[in-house]
Design a protein around this ligand. Structure first.
Ligand SMILES: Nc1ncnc2c1ncn2[C@@H]1O[C@H](COP(=O)(O)OP(=O)(O)OP(=O)(O)O)[C@@H](O)[C@H]1O
Ligand SMILES: [Mg+2]
Length: 600
């Protein structure tokens, strides 16, 4: 999180605030020019109407049939009814301008929100697995929803700074044309108040940063609370569960209070102090007979109206400073996602490839090596089982095989070439994956199997048959059109796993990697998946992390990982000889299998 510019001491806008203005309005030159032109025109209309009002009032008081308008070099005399018509016409024009000035910021804000969300999600999806998994639970959701809304609020505030600032400038210029001395005095007073209130604005940035942070923590808490609600109920800890989320919510609400309070107090105190100074200054000038009564009235009207614009401008400026931390956070996330995305080559993978690991090392953090000098070869079409105790590095190895993470040292060769030489498109067509718990998305079963790829219904059905889930699907009333979702109750764990397998198979991969695909399944689903795997054997390169001998039986070779290193590799017979861990694990697995009921 950058704190750049937070200690800037110039009287101009905070540099980060300026960045905000430049970024969003500079990128929309057309809208910004229209905004500037509209604000200036609106300021002129407002000045003219106020001057006309003051002159008509003075003429009525002194019972003159005509009124003269003095605005610097402009000097016009006309009847009161004529001025009334001009005033009404000007107000009509002002109303039209206001419509444009309301539409433009709304347009810019809506466009920006859509743009920012698209950019963020693009950055997130192209980010490395390391960058993606560095986010806490629910962090990206919070970023793309609430934090983006705050950032886009900033656009409204920055356009408000421009509109009100320009209208104020025109009113002050008009006041200057009528009574220069009075106006200069008031401007000096305004700048003095702005400077006096600067610490309040700085406080606003600080509160904004704390609020943004607290909202992140809350979003993380909500995510966790929802995913743990079932366990919390079962273990009877709903109270504690509620309290821990409540504490996070209270933290966010305290920050919100502080930020709203300073925002409002800053805006209203600014106008009040300026008004006091304006009235006091004008009173003194009037007592000293510095200005004539009519021009004095015009100046008062212009400056009182101007102080409203000044207040709105200052209020928006203050909000903008509070919103800058959100912008910083969104920018920081985009930078983080863009880091380490790696480069890919242009080579294509046409046939089932061989996979070679040559002394591959990998660690998540500098201190703890997770894979150490891992070497093995998988021939085209071979089925390879990976076994090892928990924490041995099996899932990490899977992520490296899938190209989601890069080795710290050593080489990963696919068909004899470094894996990064293949194009991203060729890579994703060739490699496929079945995680331990595939996630379903809201949509039909067919959509879930298709998963955004362009494959026809026949391919979807073929994949479902291969995954032995077709019979289950056609037994549902809506068949392949059955709607399922992330928390679909209609789909059992075993069916979800087989839909996941169909998803992995639908685009015809050359390499299929499965990370403990059957460890949480009922016997029937496990058998069906094993059946699929033995049918797939030889048609593609298979790599499966598994614990059970029944699943490993189809493998041509087994790699035993212990503490991140290869302890043994070879056929089941060879690793049984070489690895004590494997012997024990298989003995336990066999004992468990023989004591459980037969599958069907
Ligand atoms: N994202 C991560 N960041 C930091 N460390 C991690 C991360 N993922 C895994 N680790 C660590 O790396 C080691 C290997 O983890 P990995 O998940 O690869 O083991 P595994 O063999 O798949 O275990 P299991 O059988 O329990 O699934 C563990 O010590 C784990 O704590
Ligand atoms: Mg694992």
């Amino acid at each position: 999180m950058t704190r750049r510019g937070s200690s800037a001491s110039s009287a101009g806008p905070h540099p980060a605030t300026w960045r905000y203005l430049k970024r969003f309005l500079g990128a929309r030159v057309g809208a910004t020019s229209a905004l500037v032109a509209g604000s200036l025109a609106s300021g002129l209309c407002m000045s003219a109407v106020l001057a006309i009002l003051a002159e008509i009032a003075a003429a009525l008081v002194s019972r003159h049939p005509t009124a003269a308008l003095h605005l610097g070099p402009v000097n016009v005399t006309a009847t009161i009814s004529m001025w009334t018509v001009v005033g009404l016409g000007t107000m009509g024009l002002q109303l039209l301008l206001q419509v444009g000035l309301a539409y433009l910021p709304a347009r810019v804000m809506a466009d920006l929100q859509a743009d920012l969300r698209r950019q963020l999600f693009d950055a997130f999806t192209t980010a490395s697995a390391a960058a993606q998994s560095a986010d806490g639970e629910g962090q990206f959701q919070e970023l793309a929803t609430n934090q983006v809304v705050q950032v886009t609020q900033g656009t409204i505030q920055s356009t408000a700074v421009i509109i009100n600032g320009l209208m104020l400038a025109v009113l002050v210029a008009a006041a200057f044309a009528v009574g220069p001395l009075t106006t200069v005095l008031v401007i000096v007073a305004g700048i003095a108040v702005f400077l006096v209130l600067r610490p309040v604005s700085r406080l606003g940035t600080r509160h904004g940063r704390a609020l943004s942070e607290a909202q992140f923590r809350y979003a993380e808490g909500v995510h966790q609370a929802v995913s743990l609600s079932e366990e919390a109920k079962v273990f009877g800890v709903m109270g504690e569960h509620r309290r821990s989320l409540g504490a996070l919510s209270d933290g966010a609400s305290r920050r919100l209070l502080a930020s709203q309070f300073t925002g409002r107090i800053a805006a209203s105190s600014f106008q009040n102090v300026v008004m006091i100074l304006v009235l006091a200054g004008l009173g003194i000038l009037q007592a000293a007979k510095v200005a004539d009564l009519t021009s004095f009235g015009v100046v008062v009207l212009l400056l009182v109206r101007g102080s409203t614009y000044a207040q709105q401008m200052y209020g928006s400026y203050h909000w903008l400073r509070q919103l800058v931390p959100y912008l910083d956070r969104v920018d920081e996330a985009r930078r983080r996602y863009a880091m380490g995305t790696g480069t890919r080559g242009t080579a294509r993978l046409a046939s089932i490839p061989s996979l070679d690991f040559e002394r591959v090392c990998f660690s998540y953090t500098a201190e703890v090596p997770v894979l150490r000098d891992v070497s093995f070869r998988i021939d085209p079409g071979q089925a390879t089982g990976i076994v090892g105790p928990t924490g041995a590095g099996k899932s990490t190895l899977v992520q490296l095989l899938l190209g989601l993470r890069q080795a710290g040292s050593g080489r990963y060769l696919v068909d004899g070439r470094p894996h990064t030489e293949y194009s991203a498109e060729s890579w994703t067509q060739a490699f496929s994956y079945l995680p331990q718990e595939p996630r379903l998305m809201r949509g039909s079963v067919a959509d879930n199997i298709r998963f955004f790829r362009e494959v026809d219904d026949a391919a979807v059905e073929r994949a479902a048959r291969l995954a032995h889930v077709h019979d289950d699907i056609v037994a549902w009333p809506d068949g392949y059109d059955t709607m399922i979702g992330q928390r679909a109750d209609a789909v059992s764990g075993g069916q979800r796993q087989r839909i996941g397998l169909a998803r992995a198979l639908v685009a015809g991969p050359l390499v299929l990697i499965l990370d403990e695909p059957t460890s949480a399944l009922d016997n029937r689903s496990e058998l069906l998946i094993q059946q699929s795997l033995s049918e797939l054997r030889g048609q593609m390169t298979l790599v499966l992390v598994a614990h059970r001998l029944s699943t490993l039986a189809i493998c041509d070779q087994i790699i035993v990982l212990q503490g991140g290193a290869v302890e043994a590799a070879g056929s089941i017979g060879e690793v049984t000889q070489a690895s004590e861990y494997f012997q024990q694990a298989m003995a336990i697995a066999t004992a468990t299998t023989t004591t459980t009921a037969p599958a069907r």
